[in-house]
Design a protein. Structure first.
Length: 218
């Protein structure tokens, strides 16, 4: 039985995560996988309520409250979408996951990153992506790529986003077996090519056998 790949993408807003998630999912489908695409926070009825609260609420919200709301959304996403997909032999590509909490509320916000890792793994029942690709680019470059309207997280000061970028790079240095830093200033297809090459080198990913394809589809 081939282990189903669970891959997440992360990085600054504007780094191109949504596009790269879609391209990666399409590539996995060409290799015979049924792919579930999801985004964190969100992806479930409960998660969407929490996503709206986290990204659109403009009132006061303490940092621990913010971190735990992200964790709650992820817990539901894991239980309702991700874990069932993996158990069915499907691949999962997720736009952000636990690393985002560790970096945004930890390295950039001031909470303990290690504590956030621990709480996050409790929320997901110990499940984490096999690989996380961090799309890295300068803060101002990322800002210039973003949509006109900034949500609650995107509207924070430049120095906050600089700490976010630094946090991603620190975590990639600390966990090179699971976190891969990619140069997101390159052309879209070049970034995707790097991602596919890393997956083939770092995982046991192979084209899914025809008999397993039919079982997962059923």
């Amino acid at each position: 039985m081939i282990r189903s790949p669970f891959i997440s993408l992360d990085g600054l807003d504007g780094a191109g995560k949504s596009t790269q998630c879609r391209l990666l999912a399409d590539w996995l489908r060409t290799r015979g996988w049924t792919v579930v695409e999801c985004a964190d926070p969100g992806g479930t009825e409960i998660g969407q309520v929490l996503r709206n609260l986290l990204l659109e609420h403009r009132g006061q919200m303490s940092l621990p409250c913010e971190a735990l709301l992200f964790m709650a959304s992820r817990a539901q996403l894991t239980a309702e979408i991700i874990r069932p997909a993996l158990e069915k032999g499907q691949a999962v590509v997720c736009d952000r996951f636990l690393l985002a909490n560790v970096v945004y509320q930890g390295h950039a916000g001031g909470l303990d990153p290690q504590l956030l890792w621990s709480v996050g793994l409790m929320a997901t029942g110990g499940l984490e992506p096999e690989l996380t690709f961090v799309l890295d680019l300068p803060t101002e470059f990322a800002r210039s790529r973003r949509k006109t309207f900034a949500d609650r997280m995107e509207s924070r000061a430049t120095d906050f986003h600089e700490r976010v970028r630094t946090g991603f790079r620190k975590e990639a240095e600390r966990r090179p077996d699971r976190i891969v830093l990619l140069d997101a200033t390159l052309l879209v297809n070049d970034v995707q090519e790097q991602m596919r090459r890393e997956m083939l080198e770092r995982t046991a990913l192979t084209p899914k056998p025809a008999d397993e394809r039919s079982e997962s589809a059923g």
